[in-house]
Ligand binder design. Structure first.
Ligand SMILES: Cc1ncc(COP(=O)(O)O)c(C=O)c1O
Length: 336
């Protein structure tokens, strides 16, 4: 099977497993796990922030950050198709008491002026906007990258807190060559994932100031995310950061090759594919997304049906050039 459903399907490599087995561990709820502590310090430094907190998932990392930035009853602005409002199952409202308002779906093509104009100042009786969340890269936006100039403009034009859902910020960094610290300088908090394309089995971090991360530790425990000898997982993340970031360029090249091969069926604009996500627009195709996914699966290629007429292909560590050839053959046959 060539599995292109997501970059989360990767399995730890033998070398990563060795690093996990050899990890020094301790009880992380007491702050005693040296491997976790080292990972948190190094990831915080990469982004030019003071501190970071290891979390079980990207969703938890995002929701902890949102609770740090937005007091209960306050408002978060985000894109209509942002992961924090679309795929985190109402957590901002259900857990954080946070009210969300969205700008129309534009993927990564943000308009800082439009977003700045949406900010509501404090003062009865409207809901005050407390924070804005930006996704980098943009998942439903086909892996699009929000430019550093756009992010800086957003920072300049608004005076509310900025959070980055940076689940795949590594991909933006590799594709555009923007230093991670430059991204870090724009945001008050970031969440980053080690399990999306980097090959770790689990793990995300919230990044921010020392004071905020101390508070984040309390929120994580409250949400049931306090973990004990979790250095075995942090070791996988540290290994992934040391060995699997630069190679994301290979995934990007494979995604472009896939998109270029499928472009002739009118389902994708290959020039818009910047990272490892290839969205297929099936509006005019004979097969809708679930039908295409089912037919491809029968032929050994797994793809994700994201919306009734939108499918997604994702390249990653466990798909090589032969896998891409197979996917091109199968999908070309089905889209013809
Ligand atoms: C952009 C983005 N943010 C956050 C997440 C959440 O990560 P997790 O599945 O670890 O909760 C995902 C998951 O794919 C994602 O794509």
């Amino acid at each position: 099977m060539v599995d292109l459903r997501s970059d989360t399907v990767t399995r730890p490599t033998p070398a990563m497993r060795q690093a996990m087995a050899a990890a020094e561990v301790g009880d992380d709820v007491f702050g005693d796990d040296p491997t976790v502590n080292a990972l948190e310090a190094s990831v915080a430094a990469m982004f030019g922030h003071e501190a970071a907190l290891f979390c079980p998932s990207g969703s938890m990392a995002n929701q902890i950050a949102l609770q740090l930035l937005v007091p209960r009853g306050g408002e978060l602005l985000a894109g209509a198709d942002a992961h924090v409002v679309t795929y985190e199952l109402g957590a901002a409202a259900a857990i954080g008491g946070i009210s969300t308002r969205t700008w129309p779906s534009v993927g990564a093509a943000l308009d800082p002026d439009q977003i700045a104009a949406m900010v509501r100042p404090p003062g009865f009786p409207s809901v005050p906007t407390r924070a804005i969340a930006v996704e980098q890269t943009h998942n439903l936006g086909g892996g699009g990258i929000v430019g550093l100039d756009v992010l800086r403009a957003l920072r300049q034009r608004t005076d509310v807190e900025l959070h980055c859902d940076g689940a795949r910020i590594w991909h933006a960094h590799v594709a555009d060559g923007v230093p991670l610290a430059d991204y870090g300088a724009v945001f008050d908090t970031l969440s980053v994932c080690l399990s999306k394309g980097l090959g770790a089995p689990v793990g995300s971090l919230v990044i921010g100031s020392t004071a905020r991360i101390a508070e984040a530790r309390v929120i994580r425990k409250r949400m049931g995310g306090g973990m004990r000898q979790v250095g075995i997982l942090a070791a996988a993340g540290a290994y992934a950061l040391a060995h699997h970031v630069d190679r994301l360029a290979e995934d990007h090249a494979r995604a472009r090759r896939l998109a270029s091969a499928l472009e002739r069926f009118g389902v994708v604009d290959a020039s818009a594919v910047r990272t490892n996500l290839v969205p297929l627009d099936l509006a005019k195709s004979a097969l809708d997304a679930p039908a295409l996914a089912a037919a491809a699966a029968e032929r050994g290629v797994l793809i994700a049906a994201m919306l009734p007429r939108t499918a997604r292909l994702v390249t990653h560590l466990d798909v090589d050039d032969d896998g891409i050839d197979q996917a091109i053959d199968v999908l070309s046959g089905l889209l013809t």
